[in-house]
Design a protein around this ligand. Structure first.
Ligand code: GLA
Length: 383
């Protein structure tokens, strides 16, 4: 995206020169459905971004336009909707409401949103628009809010206003990502460390083109199943506050008495946390066969135990096996469609993407998209 185009569009719409804020989409290398269990995740920002251009208004109106969507929205800051409107402006509104709830008094503003993060593809287009809008509104309000706090308030907006009970991963990495690095995050303490992605490795993201919608059903059901697991393990050991606190030993000792579905969900989460730590170590050590095995295990566990994969994702994952330069791959994000993430030797990445796409098209009849990515920077102002 050329920011001068966005500036021009903004000037035509609102007759003023804006400031522009950007936040990236993400892929998660490993640690899936662990964030809301206080566990570990290891995402990285990718080259897609959402931009929000903004100027202050002298009145109490919030005008929200998009370069992609035709609808224009106009709200009164003193009477913002109390719950979602089921339109894309909800992400911006949710953030505005949370800022107000936290006592920040927002000035009126014109916003123009432009994004190239594929929507509903599991690459966190929602976190990107939330974080970019938050930074934009924070700038016109002249508030000082540290980035990890911005991530938390964006998550709150998505939980309470949009109605998806997501964890902190997407908003956090959108805020804090660093070029060339994956971010190993402890979702309980929010302590994190960067894990360099070797320059010989390319992130190849393959989009099944099957869409999901986290706000409806299955994601929130998984959360409830985990909570049921927590209640059970807490009855065995009162120190357990989240599945994060359940050790492999506890799992093996007590899990047999759980209903089968809950046992499967808990087994996934407990072991996925271990795999996430192990992947950060094997990536740093350059142990590619271990990296590959951990990603494969993660996918199988999401498919068979957590049951959030789908046929198209499984086909896309299988398509990668055995191709030259392939290190490891799995579904990424919430599941039920969306993308796979593949670590591939740099020089083989183009060929790899073409082969996977061909295999997938033949097996499913769907033409996929593939993106060759490197880990990018987190959110900030665009000059
Ligand atoms: C979605 C949510 C995240 C996380 C993943 C699954 O991306 O937004 O918080 O729970 O699903 O790992």
């Amino acid at each position: 995206m050329h920011s001068h185009e966005l500036v021009q569009h903004f000037e035509r719409s609102f007759g003023q020169s804006p400031r522009i804020f950007r936040a990236p989409g993400r892929v998660n290398l490993i640690g899936e459905h662990t964030d809301y269990n206080d566990g570990f995740v290891m995402p990285a920002a990718v080259g897609f971004s959402t931009y929000v251009a903004i100027t202050e208004r002298p009145d109490r109106k919030l005008l929200i336009h998009s370069k992609e969507f035709p609808e224009h929205f106009k709200f009164d800051l003193d009477r913002l909707p109390e719950s979602r409107t089921r339109r894309w402006c909800d992400y911006v509104l949710g953030v505005a409401r949370v800022l107000q709830q936290r006592g920040y008094s927002l000035p009126g503003a014109n916003l123009l949103v432009h994004g190239d993060v594929p929507i509903g593809a599991g690459l966190s287009s929602s976190a990107a628009i939330e974080v970019a809008s938050a930074l934009a509104m924070i700038s016109v309000g002249k508030f000082e809010i540290a980035l990890p706090e911005v991530a938390k308030l964006c998550r709150q907006a998505e939980n309470e206003f949009v109605g998806a009970r997501v964890g902190i991963m997407d908003q956090f990495v959108a805020c804090m990502a660093k070029k060339g690095q994956a971010l190993l995050l402890d979702c309980r303490s929010l302590d994190f460390q960067f894990v360099p992605i070797p320059s010989a490795i390319r992130l190849v993201v393959c989009n099944t083109m099957v869409k999901h919608d986290l706000a409806t059903g299955a994601y929130n059901t998984r959360r409830e199943e985990c909570e049921q697991g927590v209640r059970y393990f807490a009855s065995k050991n009162p120190e357990v506050r989240a599945l994060r606190d359940v050790s492999v030993e506890m799992l093996e000792r007590y899990a047999d008495d759980l209903p089968a579905v809950i046992r499967k969900r808990c087994t996934h989460v407990v072991r996925e946390n271990q795999r996430t730590i192990a992947l950060s170590q094997s990536l740093a050590a350059g142990d590619w066969s271990r990296v590959g095995q951990l990603m494969r295990d993660s996918h199988r566990s999401l498919r068979d135990l957590y049951e959030v994969s789908c046929r198209e994702l499984d086909v896309m994952v299988d398509a990668a096996e055995g191709l030259p330069g392939f290190v490891g791959g799995r579904m990424t994000g919430g599941g039920f469609g969306g993308c796979t993430i593949n670590l591939v030797r740099y020089s083989d990445a183009d060929e790899f993407a073409a082969k996977v796409a061909e295999f997938y098209r033949e097996a499913t009849g769907i033409t996929p998209q593939t993106y060759l990515c490197s880990a990018g920077e987190g959110a900030g102002e665009v000059s």
